[in-house]
Design a protein around this ligand. Structure first.
Ligand code: ACO
Length: 412
């Protein structure tokens, strides 16, 4: 028997098969712990989320995305020298090899940015091969800083190129988040005004997405990383997993669903009825979570952020009204109550992103940039685990028993 620092209990079955010939069967891994981890704690019943012990609410109020990334990756908050050095490194590595532009140019115009991002992250390894003469720690520090910095540049680059616009380079005088907004929206004929409140909204958005323990994409990063593949390839696997509409792709699907409700007159009730109909594959996007059986703490902060950002911009988004109405009606519905379905982080995040000017097909890329520190921290934890093991689940075979090859001329 094992017990974690927050009282979570587990049965260690690592020698079960050796001793009994039995394995456990747990499709979807809902009852399976794959590792011991000291990075993120969440309690799905109480709606708690903490990075390295610190509540996400405190980080969203007090910290920056870069500082939170440092905390996740290094296990402690940085002092001012450490933070400045980290910021400097992120600035030094923010440019992308010019030859990578030809890659971007050759993707078909309609490509989904998540597919492009996943390919480009794998390609980074060819442009930035292993560094000779450095210790493993130095090499990891440079590789992870490159990733954090260049993924942000590549995301903005892909947006600009998809529109046929000139690429905007990162600026050393701007913070991580301000730089991203500037790379996305500045143009030689119309300068982008950097608004501190919008920069702060992006900081909070990315802090809230920075880690979420063993979710689908993080499990993918750890599993692929367990084959001792390089960090770029492991992160690329995480990006591919995050793309799924049941995972990070949900933020795009939420906006598409709200737009559909709007196009159908604005009443969410028929959509809730569809979600309850077992013959209809439709689900309420942005509702439900494998671990949270109460309100997702990130969704609460994100909801408050919608009002703040829209107020600041003096705009009104009718999709926010539809979202609030949908939540109100859904939360009184017996099916939704019985199934413990609450809004998750993706339900309100799209409205914040829309207000910042981010196009809908870039929403999941925004999630991926935010999740990078978590993926990196989890990969690093796995790579330095003295009890590390190649991940290789077993199965219960249900196919035919022994049968023999039949020559094609003798087959019926
Ligand atoms: N709408 C309608 N019914 C739902 C929903 C939903 N959004 N989510 C779960 N259910 C129902 C299922 O139909 C099932 O009902 P049943 O037991 O009567 O057959 C029951 O709740 C359990 O569903 P599972 O899919 O087994 O639960 P799981 O824990 O695997 O689901 C998931 C988690 C995949 C996130 C699910 O809630 C879902 O599909 N939500 C919509 C997509 C979404 O918002 N994803 C983002 C998640 S957060 C993130 O990844 C950042």
């Amino acid at each position: 028997m094992l017990e974690g620092t927050e009282g979570e209990k587990a049965i260690d079955i690592s020698r079960l098969r050796e001793l009994t010939k039995y394995i456990t069967l747990d499709p979807g891994f809902a009852n399976t712990g794959s590792c011991l981890s000291s990075i993120t704690f969440m309690d799905g019943e109480k709606g708690i989320l903490r990075y390295r012990g610190i509540p996400v609410q405190e980080l969203a109020e007090e910290s920056s995305f870069v500082e939170t990334a440092y905390l996740l990756i290094n296990g402690k908050l940085p002092n001012s020298n450490e933070l400045n050095r980290f910021r400097m490194l992120l600035n030094d590595h923010s440019l992308v090899h010019e030859d990578m532009r030809t890659f971007f140019q050759n993707f078909p115009r309609q490509s989904h940015p998540m597919g492009i991002l996943s390919s480009m992250v794998t390609a980074l390894r060819s442009f930035y091969p292993a560094l000779e003469g450095l210790s493993e720690t130095e090499e990891t520090t440079i590789t992870l800083t490159r990733l954090l910095s260049k993924v942000r540049t590549m995301a903005a680059m892909s947006y600009k190129m998809s529109r046929g616009h000139m690429v905007v380079y990162p600026r050393p005088d701007l913070s991580y988040c301000a730089n991203f907004l500037n790379m996305m929206f500045d143009s030689p004929v119309k300068h982008y005004h950097i608004d501190d409140d919008l920069v702060q909204a992006l900081n909070v958005f990315w802090i809230l997405h920075a880690d979420h323990e063993q979710n689908c994409s993080t499990a993918a990063v750890r599993l692929v990383g367990s084959a001792r593949v390089n960090l770029y390839a492991a992160i690329s696997a995480g990006i591919a997993a995050l793309w799924g509409p049941l995972h990070g792709g949900a933020n795009q699907k939420v906006i598409e669903m709200l737009e559909e409700i709007q196009a159908n007159g604005g009443d969410s009730r028929p959509f809730i009825e569809r979600a309850k109909d077992k013959k209809d594959p439709f689900r309420l996007m942005g509702f439900g979570h494998r671990v949270y059986k109460t309100y997702d703490p990130r969704a609460k902060i994100m909801k408050a952020m919608c009002d703040k950002v829209l107020d600041k911009l003096h705009t009104h988004d009718p999709l926010l009204d539809i979202a609030v109405q949908l939540e109100e009606v859904a939360r009184k519905d017996q099916y939704i109550i019985d199934h413990n379905l609450y809004p998750n982080v993706d339900f309100y995040s799209g409205i914040v992103l829309r207000a910042l000017g981010i196009p809908t097909n870039m929403f999941t890329v925004m999630f991926a940039i935010g999740r990078l520190p978590g993926w990196i921290a989890q990969w690093k934890e796995d790579a330095s685990d003295p009890n590390w093991k190649l991940s290789r689940p077993r199965q219960i075979y249900t196919g035919p028993n022994l049968s023999h090859y039949v020559l094609i001329k003798e087959r019926g």
